[in-house]
Design a protein around this ligand. Sequence first.
Ligand code: LMR
Length: 334
Amino acid sequence: MRKHSIFKLTAKALACALSLSLAGLAQAAEPIVIKFSHVVADHTPKGQGAALFKKLAEERLPGKVRVEVYPNSSLFGDGKEMEALLLGDVQLIAPSLAKFEQYTKQIQVFDLPFLFNDMAAVDRFQQSPAGQALLKSMQAKNITGLAYWHNGLKQLSANKALHEPKDARGLKFRVQASAVLEEQFKAVRANPRKMSFAEVYQGLQTGVVNGAENPYSNIYSQKMHEVQKFITESNHGVLDYMLITNTQFWNGLPADVRGELDKIVVEVTAEVNKQADALNEGDKQRILAAKTSEIIALTPEQRGQWRDAMQPVWSKFEGEIGADLIEAADAANQ
Ligand code: LMR
């Protein structure tokens, strides 16, 4: 009898230990889910970056991390994705640098028209101490910038040929949620209209707006060239991204996981930034081949006119952005 009860007890203890260790295993096997939400198509610099991040994270942290990528505003669109990040509903987003003004005015520096001569200058500024400091500028708001990702320089598009600033007069242009970009269009006496990215194609198609400004990759991947007869190669501003995360989430990751993800971010960033120019050039060629839109090249004189008309916007925002920061960005042109 005694022997029997000892046996029963041991069996119970064993079963209990087994179920505990199984639960432990199940817990250990539960991967950390990272939702990466964005508003563009897969075949764009940001889309490719998100896909590569997923691939590398799942390859190098098998069973520990699962990355879910939601492109094309399929989970959250503009205006909602930042809120979702702060609420912990997504863990990674990469909004364009034009979409941070509610969180810091300094990042508006990137929207100033005709500030950067080319993408090399944009890159130099982003990698400079002043550019790197901006990544950390929203930490008190629980937002950490992990990296800058390039898309490219913006081109003006419309259903009217835009050669000189006067050609834009009275036209309605879609703008991102940026006061600088609103002023940029007001400076040429056009009417800016803030609109989320997901609505741009329809806005152009139905005539709610007459024109827009985008890098070629966004024009082509959203089929905007099918509803815009003219694209002026103005290269008048930059559309780049900041890859951001929720600070508490990132700092709360197990050290080994965070260390590996930090390395992956560096690797993905290098790849995105290396490929972005070629992707935009490829999409320009695809637009030319589609023959839907004429691509207008500006003469140096015409480009000078656009610059003269738009550049006064800088002084309007100098107080908010800081003259030092504008100077640091401008210095990256040399
Ligand atoms: C836009 O709204 O035009 C862009 O910010 C979209 C994007 O993420 O490239």
